[in-house]
Design a protein around this ligand. Structure first.
Ligand code: HEM
Length: 180
C-alpha cells in the first residue's frame, strides 16, 4: 500500500493520528465483539449456578485426592481435601439442581427428596474415606474414593440436566414435522 495515499484520523482520547484503515479495523473488531457477546449461549458462559460452584470445589478436591490417595505421606492433606468435599457436598444438598425445572410440577418434591438422599449417602461415603485415612489404611481409602466416583456418576445421571444430543434434536424436529 502506498503510505502517502492513506487518510489519517485522530484516535479518540489520544493525540495520535491513525491510518483510516486501522481505525476501520478497530471499529469492526469492536462491533464483532459486541455481536458475539450478545449471543445468549456465549454471554451465559462463565455464569455458574450456586450448585455448580459447590461442584467445582468438590471437583478440585476430588482430583487432588485421586493423585495422592495411596500415598500415606499425604494423608494429612488428603483428610483436608475430604473435608472440603464434605463441606461443599453439605452446602449443595440445600440447593436445587437445574433439572428440577424439567420435571413435571407434581414430581418435583419427589425429585428433590431423592436428590437430597443421594447427596446424604455421598456424604456418608466421605465419612468412610476419612475413617480409612485416619486408620492409615490407604488401600481402603482408595476403594472409598472409587465409591465416590460411582456416586458421582449416578448422581449426574439422575439429577444433572441432560445435554440434548444433535441426534435427539433431529429426531424431535422430524417428529414435529410429521405432526404437521
Ligand atoms: C466426586 C464427586 C463429584 C464430582 C467431582 C462432581 C463434579 C461436578 C461438576 C464438575 C459439575 C459441573 C459444574 C459446572 O458446570 O461448573 C457438576 C454438576 C452437578 N453435579 Fe456433581 N459432582 C460430584 C458428585 C455429585 C453427586 C453425588 C451428585 C448428586 C447426588 C451431583 C449432582 C450434580 C448436579 C445436579 C449438577 C448440576 C448442577 C446444577 O444443576 O446446577 N454431583 N458436578
Amino acid at each position: 500500500m502506498n503510505f502517502q495515499s492513506q487518510t489519517f484520523v485522530e484516535y479518540p482520547g489520544g493525540n495520535t493520528l491513525l491510518p483510516l484503515n486501522t481505525m476501520k479495523y478497530r471499529l469492526l473488531s469492536f462491533a464483532l465483539f459486541l455481536v458475539i457477546a450478545s449471543v445468549p449461549g456465549f454471554s451465559a458462559q462463565g455464569k455458574h449456578t450456586p450448585m455448580e460452584d459447590q461442584m467445582e470445589e468438590i471437583n478440585a478436591a476430588y482430583r487432588k485426592l485421586g493423585r495422592q490417595i495411596k500415598d500415606p505421606a499425604k494423608n494429612a492433606d488428603s483428610l483436608k481435601q475430604a473435608g472440603i468435599i464434605r463441606e461443599h457436598a453439605i452446602a449443595a444438598t440445600k440447593m436445587d439442581p437445574k433439572r428440577k425445572a424439567d420435571v413435571p410440577a407434581a414430581e418435583q418434591a419427589k425429585f428433590i427428596s431423592e436428590y437430597q438422599s443421594a447427596m446424604k449417602a455421598f456424604v456418608d461415603e466421605i465419612g468412610k474415606l476419612e475413617a480409612a485415612l485416619k486408620a492409615g489404611k490407604n488401600e481402603e481409602a482408595a476403594a472409598a474414593l472409587q465409591a465416590l466416583k460411582v456416586a458421582q456418576e449416578n448422581g449426574h445421571r439422575d439429577f444433572r440436566r441432560r445435554k440434548v444430543t444433535f441426534e435427539e434434536k433431529a429426531a424431535e424436529a422430524a417428529r414435529r414435522n410429521e405432526e404437521k
